[in-house]
Design a protein around this ligand. Structure first.
Ligand code: 6GU
Length: 245
């Protein structure tokens, strides 16, 4: 059983997420477990406050170190992640690494303008889910939970769909089609109807490379193409140019 310990001032945000779809089923099957920790339970003043104004001035409020240190005393068994836009950009390989942890994964959702640096230093790592700012770490925590969960045995029916998808290969996924064969005058690429699995696989690789270069040149530049892949990429480029794609 994989356990997520979520530290948040808003545990109610997670309830529909935890109960719906594949995550909900995985909880029922006891593959996943969620524990919620409300930082306010570690505040001792009458207003249950966990934040204060920043030293040096400036806008907003900062989460104080004391409740965080006290909370961390209760979760010494966990791998501790602080979710913050100031963290390291999260990738699929981080998801794979976290999914192989042999201890609970604690996700600390920041709120306000930040967290006292002395508390930040207590975490094993800091993660950001992208170059934009959220009001708090809760939505980021859900992104981490979902990306980690689906790599655990038994959460997703067909593990092939995990290994074939975008990023596990370093490329974006090829385009997919389903019935009908012609929709709004647009036809499904002929090759996909051929039943020739080798050619289909090659066509998909070509499209995958083409899409990655167009949408994510950063990923494309990092990817090392084999000789066959170079040919498939050139073929896809030509087909696109000729309008036979
Ligand atoms: Cl992890 N937290 C917040 N508040 N904003 C973010 C983020 C995290 N990742 C991207 N933006």
């Amino acid at each position: 059983m994989f356990e997520f310990k979520i530290v948040t001032l808003f545990p109610e945000i997670f309830s529909p997420f935890e109960n719906a779809s594949l995550i909900g089923k995985a909880v029922e099957k006891k593959i996943l477990k969620f524990t919620y920790i409300n930082l306010r339970d570690y505040s001792h003043d009458k207003h249950r406050s966990v934040d204060d104004t920043p030293y040096g001035g400036g806008a907003g409020m900062v989460i104080k170190p004391a409740p965080v240190f006290e909370m961390l005393e209760d979760v010494k068994d966990s791998y501790k992640v602080f979710l913050t836009p100031g963290g390291k950009p999260y990738t699929q390989s981080d998801a794979a690494r976290l999914a192989s942890l042999d201890k609970p994964l604690l996700l600390f959702c920041g709120r306000y303008e930040g967290l006292d640096e002395r508390a930040v230093e207590e975490f094993d790592e800091q993660i950001s889910i992208g170059d934009f700012v959220l009001n708090g770490g809760e939505v980021a925590a859900m992104a981490v939970v979902e990306s980690v969960s689906r790599l655990l045995d038994g959460v997703i029916g067909n593990m092939d769909s995990v290994t074939e998808e975008s990023f596990s290969s370093g490329l974006l996924e090829y385009p997919q089609y389903s019935r009908p064969e012609i929709f709004n005058g647009k036809k499904v690429p002929e090759i996909l109807l051929s039943g020739n699995h080798k050619l289909i696989k090659e066509w998909r690789k070509g499209r995958s490379l083409l899409k990655t270069r167009k949408v994510r040149p950063d990923l494309f530049d990092k990817y090392e193409m084999s000789d066959l892949e170079k040919k498939l990429f050139e073929k896809a480029q030509k087909e696109e140019k000729d309008g036979t794609a």
